[in-house]
Design a protein around this ligand. Structure first.
Ligand code: KG4
Ligand code: ZN
Length: 345
């Protein structure tokens, strides 16, 4: 069987649809929501409305550009969670409606597992989805870092993943976004911090580190420390941010990346696994990508880094996860519904 699957992602602020045929992702249509920019974070009610507005166009674009008609589809996949309830409901309802109308199976996908499985998306036309030659092979470690999660995952197979370390409070993406907000930058601030950081001196300022037992993280302390640092510095010089933006961003980014990499080093030591992947929106960060590459070459690990379009939220990763479920026969019934705090398998 050469399954053709339509996948829909609507967990947060990107409405996305992708078509996968025989394990090959044919496209990855994404409508980003700019409506949140001025609020400094995602406003759930506005996210649901924007998904509702965009979803038909996004799905239609994916089908048309892949030259797929409704009758060609063998299954419809959707993100079940984790995510914002109102946002997830839009994708879930749309997917169920299509599955029912076309009389094809429904596949529910865990968003965090899909971030990890993005590493199996074939990169080239001739690429075999099950050929692991340039992809991680099981078991491997994946640092999954996004706006809502910070996890170190022990990936034993596409359907067996164990979270061996995670944040006890805020996600690292939240730390990037909150720091950006304090600096007066619009949401999402992570990419902007990254951009300013590339021009700055990353050793100019230092910040306190909060350490947690084992492989866990904490980012709420650093957020508060950053707030006080900026407040105190501005009290001495009202133009402190304008004069030092690049150095502030570079130093803060270096600090966060250091916290992530030190835990990954511990995870490698504890598990003896030397294949390390990164995934999720924050894995687009150039400082993190460079740091992982450097530590991997020093310690002889294999590092796996995604193309940019598969780091932040996208339906291609949902499609990849759905393909594995399809070939293993894992389908859902039409009473499947979103779970905002869905855990890994
Ligand atoms: O995976 P994602 O698109 O959505 C969630 O599932 O949360 O991740 C979004 C997060 C945001 O916090 C955003 O600021 C962050 O990823 N992000 C970055 C970069 N690109 C996106 N953070 C740092 N540097 C980047 N280049
Ligand atoms: Zn995500």
């Amino acid at each position: 069987m050469q399954p053709v699957i339509l996948a829909i992602e609507s967990s947060c602020d990107e409405t996305s649809a992708a078509i996968i045929r025989s394990g090959k992702v044919l496209n990855n249509v994404i409508a980003s929501q700019n409506v949140h920019q001025k609020y400094g974070g995602v406003v759930p009610e506005l996210a649901s409305r924007a998904h509702q507005k965009n979803i038909l166009r996004v799905v239609n674009d994916a089908m048309v550009s892949a030259r797929i008609s409704a009758g060609d589809l063998d299954a419809i996949a959707y993100t079940r969670g984790p995510g914002l309830m109102g946002a997830l409901l839009v994708g879930a309802s749309f997917a169920k409606g299509m599955a029912l109308a076309l009389k094809v199976p429904l596949i529910e996908v865990n968003h965090m597992e899909a971030h990890v499985l993005a590493h199996f998306i074939p990169r080239f036309a001739w690429d075999d989805p099950l050929d692991a030659s340039h992809k991680p092979s099981y078991p491997f470690l994946c640092l999954t870092v996004s706006g809502g999660h910070t996890q170190i995952v022990l990936v034993k197979s596409n359907s067996d993943m164990e979270v061996i370390g995670e944040t006890r409070d805020d996600a690292v993406g939240e730390a990037f976004d909150k720091a950006a907000k304090i600096l007066g930058l619009p949401y999402p601030g992570g990419p902007l911090i990254d951009r300013y950081a590339s021009q700055g001196n990353d050793r100019r300022f230092s910040f306190p580190e909060t350490t947690m037992p084992g492989l866990d993280f904490s980012f709420s302390g650093i957020k508060t420390a950053f707030l006080y640092f900026i407040r105190d510095s501005k009290a001495n010089d009202p133009e402190f941010i304008e004069k030092n933006l690049n150095d502030i961003c570079a130093s803060f980014q270096r600090h966060l990346v250091g916290m992530l990499i030190s835990r990954v080093e511990m995870a490698v030591q504890q598990t003896g696994i030397h294949q390390v992947a990164i995934a999720g929106g924050v894995s687009a960060n150039s400082g993190l990508r460079k740091a992982l590459t450097a530590v991997a070459s020093k310690k002889n690990w294999d590092a796996f880094i995604l193309p940019m379009e598969y780091c932040t939220d996208n339906a291609a990763m949902i499609a990849m996860a759905a393909h594995f479920k399809f070939i293993e026969g894992h389908f859902s019934t039409l009473d499947s519904s979103p779970i905002p705090n869905l855990e890994m398998i």
